[in-house]
Design a protein around this ligand. Structure first.
Ligand code: ATP
Length: 295
């Protein structure tokens, strides 16, 4: 099978995780238990998921000109992802998610920082690169107008476009009509289809593009006759990044010419393996691991 080119246009974050037994009140200082920095951001996560499977992946995004930015760009590069168009910007910091883990629960503050410097103008300058892509994979952690510009360019050049609509927001008919596959989870699907003034006909058209991820239940393909592609029964350790693994694996499968059902079956397997390990990127399987699992 010929290896085709996947371009991921999206967010790159550092997750800053502090575990504590005591939650400080405003103005109070306490001693915490543990601290970790973990590469994240839906864009980077999905790029890593595809790259771990051996896909030819390029990333388009922005980081800050700070230590996190340098570290994250190097990290993606080490995984074989083309980072020529991951641009360090001076105006702001690298995107972060500051996560406090307390009593089995967490609270999160996201600062998009450099991710909001992925502008339509920046994307326009990369038209040639997007034109050479077979699959373009997007999420919604960069400005919506950038996603719209990227989709406009990718569709002009006949790339297969996958949109993971997370975090969910109001999306125009014009945008959705140009996308080949929309991959909401169940909650996002509900929001996607209720938060608009579409006619029934238009809604039907959008529904046909959806591949709905349903956690342990697997996925529903709504294109053509609705089909359920069941998931795999595994011992769950951490479901963080399951959706990102699914999307990266789906992009990989479509880039090498799998039929949609076969692609969803494979992506379900990759995502199931990812939930058996800790962390988003940390749990993403290699091609060999998925193939052995499927035997
Ligand atoms: P997240 O936000 O945690 O990354 P999500 O809400 O975007 O996830 P889900 O629908 O929860 O996405 O999961 C994505 C895919 O991961 C599922 O379609 C399935 O293939 C796989 N998956 C998730 N949870 C499980 C599980 N408990 N067992 C097996 N596979 C799972």
């Amino acid at each position: 099978m010929t290896k085709k080119k996947i371009t991921v246009i999206g967010s790159i974050n550092m997750d800053i995780v502090t575990s504590t037994n005591i939650l400080p009140k405003m103005g109070e200082t306490v001693l915490g238990k543990a601290f970790h920095t973990i590469p994240g951001g839906k864009g980077a996560n999905q790029a890593v998921a595809a790259a771990r499977l051996g896909a030819d992946v390029s990333m388009i995004g922005c980081v800050g000109k700070d230590t996190f930015g340098k570290e994250l760009k190097q990290h993606l590069n080490n995984l074989g992802i083309d980072v020529q168009n991951v641009e360090p910007v001076t105006e702001t910091s690298t995107g972060t998610a500051t996560i406090t883990v307390f009593d089995g629960d967490n609270s999160i503050i996201v600062v998009p920082g450099a991710n909001y410097h992925v502008t339509p103008v920046y994307i326009e300058r990369l038209e040639k690169m997007i034109a050479e892509s077979d699959v373009v994979l997007l999420q919604l952690e960069i400005p919506l107008e950038t996603v719209e510009k990227a989709v406009e360019i990718a569709s002009k050049h006949h790339a297969t476009i996958i949109l993971n609509p997370a975090p969910i927001q109001l999306l125009s008919k014009e945008l959705l009509s140009k996308i080949d596959y929309i991959t909401p989870n169940e909650h996002e699907q509900e929001m996607l289809l209720t938060s608009s003034d579409w006619t029934d006909e238009e809604r039907k058209e959008i529904i046909k593009k959806c591949i709905v991820t349903k956690g342990a239940k697997g996925v529903s393909i709504l294109k053509g006759n609705e089909r359920q592609i069941p998931s795999f029964n595994v011992d769950v350790v951490d479901t963080t990044g399951a959706g990102d693994t699914f999307n990266g694996a789906l992009a990989y499968c479509l880039s090498i010419g799998y039929e949609l059902e076969e692609a969803c079956h494979f992506a379900n397997a990759a995502a199931a393996l990812s939930v058996t390990k800790f962390g988003a990127q940390g749990g993403m399987p290699t091609l060999q691991e998925v193939e052995e699992f499927l035997q």
